[in-house]
Each structure stands twice: as C-alpha cells, then as structure tokens.
Ligand binder design. Sequence first.
Ligand code: NAP
Length: 292
Amino acid sequence: MQLIDGKATAARIKEEIAQEVEQIVEAGGKRPHLAAVLVGHDGGSETYVKNKVLACEACGFTSSLIRYEDNVTEEELLACVDRLNRDADVDGFIVQLPLPKHIDEQKIIEAIDYHKDVDGFHPVNVGRMAIGLPCFISATPLGIMTLLRRYGIETSGKKCVVLGRSNIVGKPMAQLMMQKEYGDATVTVCHSRSKNLKEECREADIIIAAIGRPDFVTADMVKEGAVIVDVGTTRVPDASRKSGYRLNGDVKFDEVAPHCSFITPVPGGVGPMTICSLMKNTLAAGKKEYYK
Ligand code: NAP
C-alpha cells in the first residue's frame, strides 16, 4: 500500500507556481491577484480562507480579503461581486461558501464574471468542463486528478465509483473521471438513494468518497488492490486535541488501507490539493490562459 501524500505534492506544486510567478514578474508581467470574500465568522470558513491567503503568499500572489458580518444583505454582496468583476487588478476571486440562509448562493455564484470564477462554480465553467473546453475546474476534483496523475495511477478503462453527487465535488469529479482527456474511466455515481452501493464499491478499481459520513467506507466494500481517495472531512469531537475535534474522512482508514494499492489520508490528502488547485486556477486567470 502506498500513501498518497497530498501535503507534499501540494507544497511542490506551490513552489512550481511561485517560480513561474517570479519569471512572469521579472519579464515585466503582473503578479496574479486573488480576492476572497468571507461572510460571518464560521470556524471552518475562517480556516479555509486563512489557508488560502497563506497559499497566495507562498505562490507569490497578491491577495485581498473582504469581510462582511452575517447580516450583510444580498444586495450588498452582489454589489461587492460587481466591484470585483470590474476591478482590473483582480484576476480571480472567490466567495467563501456556505453563505447565510437569507442569501441566495446560486444568485451570487451566477453574478461572478466567469472569467474570474477561479472556484469553477459558475454555470459557464461547469458547462465548458462538461464538454471538455478550457475553463476553471472546481478545485477539489482538479486536485484529485492532479494527485492521481502525479502518482502515475492508471485510470483509463478502470471502473471508478464516485460516492456523492454534490455540485462542488461528486458531479464534477464524475465528469472528469469519465472524460477522455482526464480520467477516461467507466464511472458510476452513488448517492443516498443508491440501492447497491456496497456491491458497486466492491467492483471498483478506484473509489472516490465524498459524502461527509465518517468511516462510511469499510474493508468489506473494497476490492483488493483498489485505489481509495477520501474527500470527506467531518469534524468529530476529540477530547485529546487542543481544538476539541479532529477531521475524520469517509473511509475507515485503518481497516481499509491494508487492502489498497494507493490511499489518501485525512488530513493531508485531498485537502491541501484543493487549495493548491485554487492557486493553479488563479495563475491561469492571471495569465488569461482560458479566456482572453
Ligand atoms: P454534500 O453537498 O453534503 O453532498 C454529500 C453527498 O453525499 C450527496 O450527494 C449525498 O446524497 C451523498 N450522501 C450522503 N450520505 C450518504 C450515504 N449514507 N450514502 C450515500 N451517499 C450519501 O457534501 P460535499 O460538499 O460534496 O462534501 C462531501 C465531503 O467532502 C464533506 O465531508 C466535505 O467536508 C468534504 N469536502 C472536502 C474538501 C477538501 O478539500 N478536502 C472539499 C470539499 C468537500 P444525496 O445527493 O442523495 O443527498
């Protein structure tokens, strides 16, 4: 069994990005600029945004953080998105999700100029990804594809089961794994209504678990030699930690790992690659790689 080290891979990629940024700047070009909009004080969102800002520093990007309290109105947030759309210095920006209930998330996503949508959530980017056109791809699935490639894991013609069908992970993951230019695999998507989920998993060469149910994937669901990618990050209480919690994946790691050829740990697997892919998207935005 080989452990897939997302932390080390992400660190290497950030170094590569930083080198490229310095070359761009030395040649007289502009430092890529990522802006992040954070609403409220949710602990998880605060941590994600902090890590994104730190990653920008590591990559040599300019970053800016725009904060609002929980009671921000939808109109105020839409006005902020409009300002960022028109700000020529900002190459890409994200609005950290989830947003408070009184704000229509989809409306905010669709208000973002797709040329700057480095999260890849805008319908134009989602649609372009689905038909294989250049675009910003959702960071978590893109990070997983990068990990599989960097570890030389063969996906073409393999049977892949994706657990979960969310717009940000499950669906784009299944699309990428299916596409000729990316995974080129035979893909099955399972969700909360799937009747034969265990049987599907047992036949899979690759399982990508993104459901947010700690320890859901057990050894009896995994074929010998399978590749396991664990996207799940659920906070579970843990009195032994200073924070009072730990991050738990969707895979029962200790019992599943001995049966795998490759497996991602939680934390240190998919998580660092997600942020790293956001940096890749920001670099592409700065270079106007996908859209002139
Ligand atoms: P989500 O929007 O809650 O979607 C969960 C999906 O899992 C849904 O499609 C749901 O099915 C399915 N599901 C839930 N319980 C199930 C069960 N018992 N059996 C089969 N399917 C089940 O979650 P998400 O945003 O995709 O995130 C999934 C997990 O990944 C979470 O733990 C999240 O924290 C983590 N995550 C990690 C990263 C990272 O960078 N590491 C990034 C994003 C997300 P229905 O559609 O039928 O409801």
